[in-house]
Write a protein that binds this ligand. Structure first.
Ligand code: GLC
Length: 439
């Protein structure tokens, strides 16, 4: 299915398919969600005293991060340069609220970009439009001071226009001081709508001057991929990718009926930032199913990690990344360069299909191992399948034909090809059959 053409360069993106999201900031010290300032309505001075003054990630080693991501089969990364709390990971000239002024005293972004680039990663910057620290950011319904009785009074002294200058200035820094940036990932707009509560104070394109911001971005990095959260949804060319978060689309995402480039961003557990006491960690199998699901619908997966305040990946992350990597080592051919299979190939029970349009191979991911056989129904399979093998060891899968008119042992009534599988499931998390098609 032909996807919409984008202004940014998405050629590499729709091939690479698998990226690492990193949420890292002062909130990793609280270790109870990156929205902790908002959820607990922590005043600025207290947040500063506790977290800004104690931020000292002494074990931070970006070569290790990049290596872990590489081993897991990831190809690009997106790092929170600033999250909603307002704290900056780089040495911005426009604020003091940055890592160089904390006990670690270092620009934390530069070395990260370098390490990942060394491992051939594409570089993406997440940047929060929202800022619960900046003194000119108008206090709205999502602000950590939303319940402050002096809110209206305080807002009189605030000037969102000044905040816009700050926001644009910082984006300019990010796009001019770090070499080529491949993705710009803004988060997020929450305009007042018909459904909003009557007293809702939101933020929309006016509050960021999104149109001007868009110009700045395309001016400094014309090839950059831009996500869709500037509240310019209907403006042509204002976004390149759609970004479902914490849910999986049922089919390839469309805009005005046309398929678009998309990327689901998902967490290992419920939180983006490091959350010590979270126990709902997804298994390797669940994550792999999510990745396969994305590619089978023509999308990407951006999988999130929230490093600790000492600068390490949590042991549960390392365990999952290791398992993902073990699978990817043998199966990345069913992910890289792949997309949704042509409609004429029906998907068998308990399976997911991906397809590489260049090599003309289908990849059948068997999510639950069946007895003996998988049925490929329909003429397209019958006419076009040339050969099949297990992807992990390139061992042949014998194919037999079963015809409509032929009531066989399988109770089969449809015209199908039968893939004759080994009884014992191969020793891999999700077995994949590589199916070679004739021209
Ligand atoms: C949300 C949250 C945020 C997270 C982001 C990732 O919008 O505000 O904490 O960074 O989603 O997509």
């Amino acid at each position: 299915m032909e996807q919409i053409k984008t202004v940014g360069d998405t050629n590499w993106f729709v091939k690479d398919r698998f990226g690492l999201f990193i949420h890292w900031g002062l909130y990793s010290l609280a270790a109870r969600h990156e929205w902790v300032k908002n959820r607990e309505e922590i005043p600025d001075d207290e947040y500063e005293k506790k977290y800004f003054k104690h931020f000292n990630p002494d074990l931070y080693n970006t070569d290790i991060w990049a290596q872990l991501a590489k081993n897991a089969g990831m190809k690009y990364f997106v790092i929170t340069t600033k999250h909603h709390e307002g704290f900056c990971l780089w040495d911005s000239k426009l604020t003091d609220y940055k890592s160089t002024n904390t006990p670690i005293k270092k620009d934390l972004l530069k070395p990260m970009v370098e390490s990942f680039r060394k491992q051939d990663f594409k570089v993406g910057f997440y940047h929060s439009l929202i800022d619960w620290h900046h003194p000119d950011f108008i206090i709205d319904s999502l602000h950590s001071m939303r319940n402050n009785p002096q809110k209206d009074q305080l807002n009189k002294q605030r000037n969102q226009k000044k905040y816009i200058e700050y926001l644009h200035g910082q984006v300019k820094e990010l796009l001019t001081e770090f070499g080529k940036v491949d993705i710009m990932w803004f988060d997020f707009s929450y305009p007042k709508t018909k459904e909003s509560p009557a007293d809702w104070i939101g933020k929309d394109r006016e509050d960021w001057d999104s149109q001007r911001l868009l110009k700045i971005i395309r001016q400094y990095q014309p090839q950059i991929i831009l996500n869709d959260r500037l509240d310019l949804n209907e403006v042509e060319g204002s976004w390149d990718i759609k970004t479902p978060e914490q849910w999986q689309p049922r089919e390839m995402i469309k805009f005005n009926g046309v398929p678009v480039v998309w990327e689901a961003c998902q967490t290992f557990s419920g939180s983006w930032g490091y959350y010590r006491d979270e126990c709902t960690w997804r298994s390797v199998n669940e994550i792999l199913c999510t990745l396969i699901d994305c590619v089978s619908k023509g999308g990407n997966l951006l999988l999130n990690v929230g490093p600790t305040a000492r600068g390490e990946f949590d042991y549960r992350v390392i365990d999952r990344l290791d398992g993902i990597g073990r699978w990817m080592k043998y199966h990345n051919r069913s992910i890289y360069g792949c997309t949704q299979a042509p409609q004429e190939f029906t998907t068998p029970e308990n399976c997911k299909l991906t397809y590489n349009p260049e090599t003309k191979r289908l990849y059948l991911h068997i999510l639950s191992w069946p007895y003996k056989s998988v049925f490929l129904d329909g003429d397209s399979y019958i006419n076009r399948v040339e050969y099949a093998q297990l992807l992990n060891d390139a061992s042949e899968i014998l194919i037999t034909k079963s015809l409509e008119s032929w009531q066989n042992d399988y109770g089969q009534t449809k015209k199908s090809l039968v893939l004759n599988l080994p009884i014992v499931k191969p020793d891999v998390e999700i077995p994949v059959i590589e199916i070679f098609l004739k021209e």
